[in-house]
Write a protein that binds this ligand. Sequence first.
Ligand code: PLP
Length: 379
Amino acid sequence: MSTTLESALLPTYPPTRVTFVEGDGAWLTDDTGRRYLDFAGGIAVVALGHRHPAPLAAAHAQLDKLWHASNLFGTEPARALAQRLSDRFGGAQAFFCNSGAEANEAALKYARKATGKPGVIALEQGFHGRTTGALAVTGQPSKRAAFEPLLPGARFAQPNDVESLCAAASDDVGLVLLEPVLGEGGVIPLEPAFVAAAAALAEELGALLAFDEVQTGVGRTGTFFAFEQLGVRPQLVTLAKALANGLPIGCLLVADEAAGAFIPGDHGSTFGGNPVACAAAVAVCDAVDDELLAQVRANGERLLNGLAELPGVVDTRGLGHLVGAELSGPAQPVVDAALDAGLVCLTSGANVLRLAPPLVVETPEIDRALEILMEVASR
Ligand code: PLP
């Protein structure tokens, strides 16, 4: 498998060697009929596994009823999903859009309007999306460099470094934006003490605290929201990836305590709240129950323990089904060799191998994935 596939797609992604045509649970099939164990989950998206019956049935039923009506009118699935998320959060209102970057754009605008202040504190190595606002607060200079000047006012602190957080403080800051686990920046879980300091700083500055749970949300870390494990309740949360198990959706949740900044006309999205995506998302929310969350926590431990045994691993980190193994060298060759051996996995930064399998993955599948990685890493 050394040739890559040419196409008429704009080359924003590295060339690929594999074309997937079907998915089933934690398995993918390519166009030659070969099966792969999927420990990337479409980059932390396919939480319930491919073609899970619950969102599949909900989306099918909604496809047969109504595809689109616009946000000038109400739809039942969007209202039902907003209520589910409000109940999970403990009192919040939802704005629906189509992706993680859009959800973060909504958070940036909300905080600006609510506080009247343009500054944002975000984290080095953090990732919030590719649109220009979300990119401006993404702490990865190589992704920003070709597109400067971006939105002004972003300041970056080091993850888990309270001193650098305080050094980023300024009266013009209206938003403190954190990923509970930096999913693209090396799988770095934030420590509760750091998050508590960030919450205190946000309050002192009159800023809103937002958690970008685009990657960590909807059960991936073993709780519905990762912030539940951090002892801090934010004013804003953004969700996307896993919410509709693969149909495009994004969401900004605004806690009831921070309500009232947006009025009609302040923000919008033609496709936001799409009935089919929202119907699938309602089914996902209902499926992510206490039993599944407990399974995610237990299997996450199993994954971390297994990764620690691999040759060349210098550190393991993560929560639930978002785990990383920092290698002594680049992670991409390991990911490439694993793909050749029938396992789909991810990198996170240059040296970190990242696994984000479906939440429903079975123990024998975890053991098989670890076996493949052991074989590949031992070469
Ligand atoms: N925020 C986080 C934490 C992410 O991991 C991502 C995508 O990887 C995004 C935002 C951007 O989401 P999207 O690609 O749906 O715009």
